[in-house]
Design a protein around this ligand. Structure first.
Ligand SMILES: [Zn+2]
Length: 218
């Protein structure tokens, strides 16, 4: 019998899943993995080369860091798990962008679409080009370097993949998953289940070591 059945779906944006014969604790584990562990991509570091806008550096950097990026978790590593172990990162753990904008005679609004990737082929890009970042008055200019990395919601909510809610309806246990755009909702579910399984596997291995030690000691 299938335990997880998608009963309704809004494309990549959301899914409603029926949990059949899944203990509530496990279902809640899946929900929490979606909120805290499923990795997504966002700007982690901002290098400000120039900022003559009215917006202070920290606020500008904060606004940019909250922009969700279409995430590629198959080709990139979490920085803490990457073999480079470098603060600057490598091509397996960082996607570089630049943001250059300058207002001429009239004020302009700078949008997420104004960020340009170092590698134009990259699939890692803002989920929408229409997110306003700041406004520039005539003569004002910004130039920034942006480092997009994989991260997890438990480190900062900017990396939270979406929303997950458990509820009961007509005697059925349901899990509603909505994506913020980083990953398709179905992929969020798959990753959450995989992460939970890996955690349980690790715990089993640790228990085996523990029991082996106890046997030796007795
Ligand atoms: Zn790396």
């Amino acid at each position: 019998m299938e335990r997880l059945v998608i009963v309704e779906s809004g494309g990549d944006e959301w899914i409603r899943v029926e949990l059949r014969d899944v203990p509530v604790a496990i279902a809640n584990g899946i929900r929490r993995m979606i909120l805290r562990e499923v990795p997504t991509m966002a700007v982690e570091e901002v290098l400000i080369i120039e900022n003559s806008s009215a917006m202070p550096n920290e606020i500008l950097a904060h606004r940019i860091s909250l922009i969700p990026f279409v995430s590629d978790m198959d080709n990139y590593n979490l920085p803490e798990h990457c073999s480079c172990q470098s603060k600057l990162g490598c091509e397996k753990c960082v996607v570089r962008y630049v943001l250059r904008a300058e207002a001429g005679d009239a004020p302009i609004t700078v949008y997420s679409r104004d960020m340009t990737p170092e590698n134009p082929e990259t699939t890692v890009k803002p989920v929408s080009g229409n997110i306003p970042i700041t406004m520039l008055a005539p003569g004002q200019r910004i130039e920034l370097e942006l480092y997009v990395r994989l991260g997890q919601g438990k480190k900062h909510t900017k990396w939270q993949a979406g929303i997950a809610t458990l509820y009961e309806e007509d005697g059925k246990n349901l899990l509603y998953i909505e994506s913020f755009g980083f990953l398709p909702a179905k992929r969020m579910l798959k990753e959450a289940v995989n992460i939970l399984r890996r955690k349980v596997d690790d715990m089993i291995s640790e228990c085996e070591v523990l029991f082996a030690d106890a046997k030796e000691a007795s």
